[in-house]
Structures are given as structure tokens and as C-alpha cells.
Design a protein. Structure first.
Ligand SMILES: *[C@@H]1O[C@H](CO)[C@@H](O)[C@H](O)[C@H]1NC(C)=O
Ligand SMILES: *[C@@H]1O[C@H](CO)[C@@H](O)[C@H](O)[C@H]1NC(C)=O
Length: 329
């Protein structure tokens, strides 16, 4: 118990640091992908070198996907809403599921797994466009934050130019401690959640210009239980591979097809006896900089000093990249 508490605290610290420095956009070039099966096997870590240049990789065709599915021995499944009680928290798991994510084959995509409060939802616009795959997002929403969170979710789903992508791909879970219930009730079915009204004529999205001190959880100094939220988001996915990352870490374009291209070329990455974790370097960008699309663009920025290893300034050893020199060459 004690050690879990400590690790939650340290996670929160990291989260806060990220928030404070969120003016500098952070880009994850290629991230951590984790095989979830066979938990008892040892873990092998590889650093994905990425694909050179602007080479376009096609998605796996049906035959290759079937082959991969049989190698991974994964099963397709649906995303159903469940109301759960865990560790003194209520969890509305799969409260609203992505229309396409719900039907995603287990070997068809990678799920981006992340956790936040509603004030981070502005990142969703960029994230969903770059990822183009399922996103499993747990939102911490105690007390009155619950209603602001529902407004923010519906705004993102209905009022933006990219709202169709949000409806297709993003699965929302909400969780809150039992001591801080939303007093005016909660939706109990996906249908009730989907009926939540959005006001698209508001001049600002509900997640823009949110001051920290106006957040219910922040005002009461509840602390954001990140590990719990991440587990909620992680547990309720229907793809074999998950990429666990922060919501403000933007993936490189074509991440998913490039990843499947890599493992379909080297099946030992799939069939080996070890579980495989793929580590992905992350970079902080100068806040004026455009987010690069390719590794080449990123390297140009890196050499000009406009991109650096994540947390390079605040804590250079926190995010050491294995085989960094090889990756940067
Ligand atoms: C929606 O927002 C606009 C602009 O703030 C406001 O005038 C309008 O009354 C709101 N509509 C509802 C139904 O709340
Ligand atoms: C395939 O992956 C394994 C495990 O990471 C590695 O040792 C091997 O060199 C790779 N083979 C090719 C052809 O890339």
C-alpha cells in the first residue's frame, strides 16, 4: 500500500511539472508499446528506430492482419459500459466509446492510453488527428468537475471541425472518489451520456481558459490519482497493443501503420518467448515551433536546438533514452 501511495505522489509531481511547462509542446516521436498478454514472461525492451524519410507505409491488408492476429493469439471484443467501484472510487468505464474503436480488431490498431482532467482536452484535437486510431481516455471528475467534464466531452464530440474523429476514436471513462460524488446525478447508460447537451455557440470550449484554482479537485487539494486512472484506461481496451503516454505527448504521424510494418517484417518481435516493450523517445519542443511530422524534421529541429530530450532542462536523467546516440544518428 505504502509504496503505491509513494508512486502516485511521484506521478503527480511529474504531471504538475508537465503542466507548468506545457507552453513547450512535447512531442513523442515513437512511444512505448506494450504487449499485454502473458504477464508472467520476462520483458524485453527494444528501441524502435523509426522509419527513415517520408516513406509512406500502407496499413496491413486483411490477410496480413489475420496472420498477425493468429500469431498474437488475441481475441476481438466490444467496449461495453460498466459502473465499477475500485479503491474507493467510482468508475464509469467506457461511458462513451468511439464508434470505430468499439469495433476495432485486436490486431488492427494500437490504443493510445492516457489520463487527464477535462482542462487538458484541448490536446485531444491534435492527438486524435495525428493518431488516427483508438484512444482510451480516463478523466478524473469529482464533484462539480463532473458536469464541466461532460460539457467538455460533448463539445469535443460535437462542436469541432475534427469532432467526427473524436466520435469515431475516443473512448471516455470518468472516475471520482466516493467521498466527492457529483451532487446532481450522473448518466447511468451510454445513451444517457450521449444525450448530454453541448452548446456549440459558446465563444470558448469548456476546456479553454480553465484556471487551475477553479477545478474542484484542485481547490480541495484532492490530488489526481493518475495510476488508478491509467489502469482504468488501460484495462478497458480491445487491442493487443497499447501505447501508454501523457495526453500532451503528440505521436508522430503514421505511427500505427509504421509499427505494424515493423513487426510484420520481423516476426520474432511477435512470436518470441519474451514480452516485448518498445521504448519511444520523447522530445520537448520550443514553444514557437511547429510540431514536426517526421523523424527527419524532428532531427533538423534537434540540431538547431529547437527540440530536446524531454525534461532535458528540469531533470536530464529522468527520461534517458536507451541507445540514444544510435537513434539520433
Ligand atoms: C449557448 O451559449 C450562448 C453563448 O454563450 C448563449 O447565449 C446561449 O444562451 C447558450 N445556450 C444554452 C442553451 O445554454
Ligand atoms: C528482429 O528483432 C530481434 C529482436 O529485437 C532482433 O534481435 C533482430 O536483429 C531483428 N531482425 C531484423 C532482421 O531486423
Amino acid at each position: 500500500m505504502k509504496s503505491e501511495k509513494m508512486s502516485i505522489d511521484s506521478q503527480i509531481k511529474i504531471f504538475r511539472i508537465l503542466f507548468v511547462s506545457s507552453i513547450s509542446l512535447t512531442l513523442i516521436w515513437l512511444m512505448v508499446t506494450l504487449a499485454i498478454s502473458s504477464k508472467s514472461r520476462p520483458v524485453k525492451i527494444s528501441v524502435w528506430q523509426g522509419i527513415e524519410g517520408h516513406k509512406k507505409v500502407e496499413a496491413l491488408d486483411t490477410r496480413n492482419r489475420k496472420h498477425l492476429k493468429s500469431m498474437l493469439r488475441c481475441k476481438d471484443s466490444d467496449l461495453k459500459m460498466e459502473i465499477l467501484f475500485r479503491g474507493d472510487h467510482w468508475i464509469l468505464q467506457n461511458m462513451i466509446s468511439g464508434l470505430r474503436s468499439r469495433k476495432m480488431g485486436c490486431a488492427e490498431a494500437i490504443t493510445f492510453v492516457t489520463v487527464a482532467d477535462f482542462s487538458y482536452l484541448m490536446h485531444l484535437e491534435t492527438l486524435v488527428e495525428r493518431w488516427m486510431g483508438p484512444i482510451s481516455l480516463a478523466l478524473f471528475a469529482p464533484g462539480d468537475d463532473f458536469y464541466a467534464t461532460m460539457n467538455a466531452i460533448q463539445y469535443a464530440r460535437l462542436c469541432l471541425p475534427i469532432s467526427k474523429l473524436v466520435r469515431d476514436y475516443v473512448t471516455f471513462h470518468i472516475y471520482f472518489p466516493s467521498g466527492h460524488l457529483p451532487v446532481d446525478g450522473i448518466p447511468r447508460t451510454p445513451l444517457e451520456a450521449l444525450k448530454w447537451p453541448a452548446n456549440c455557440s459558446e465563444p470558448y470550449a469548456p476546456y479553454e481558459n480553465v484556471r487551475r484554482r477553479d477545478l474542484y479537485w484542485h481547490g480541495l487539494q484532492l490530488g489526481l490519482p493518475i495510476n488508478l486512472g491509467r489502469n482504468v484506461a488501460r484495462r478497458s481496451i480491445n487491442t493487443h497493443y497499447a501505447l501508454v503516454a501523457d495526453i500532451e505527448l503528440y505521436p508522430s504521424k503514421d505511427f500505427i501503420p509504421q509499427f505494424f510494418d515493423m513487426i510484420s517484417r520481423n516476426t520474432s518481435l511477435v512470436t518470441s518467448k519474451n514480452r516485448h516493450v518498445f521504448a519511444v523517445p520523447a522530445f520537448d519542443l520550443d514553444h514557437h515551433a511547429m510540431v514536426p511530422d517526421t523523424k527527419e524534421d524532428l532531427m533538423t529541429m534537434y540540431n538547431m536546438g529547437m527540440a530536446m530530450e524531454m525534461h532535458h532542462r528540469s531533470c536530464s536523467y529522468c527520461q534517458l533514452i536507451p541507445e540514444e546516440q544510435k537513434w539520433l544518428e
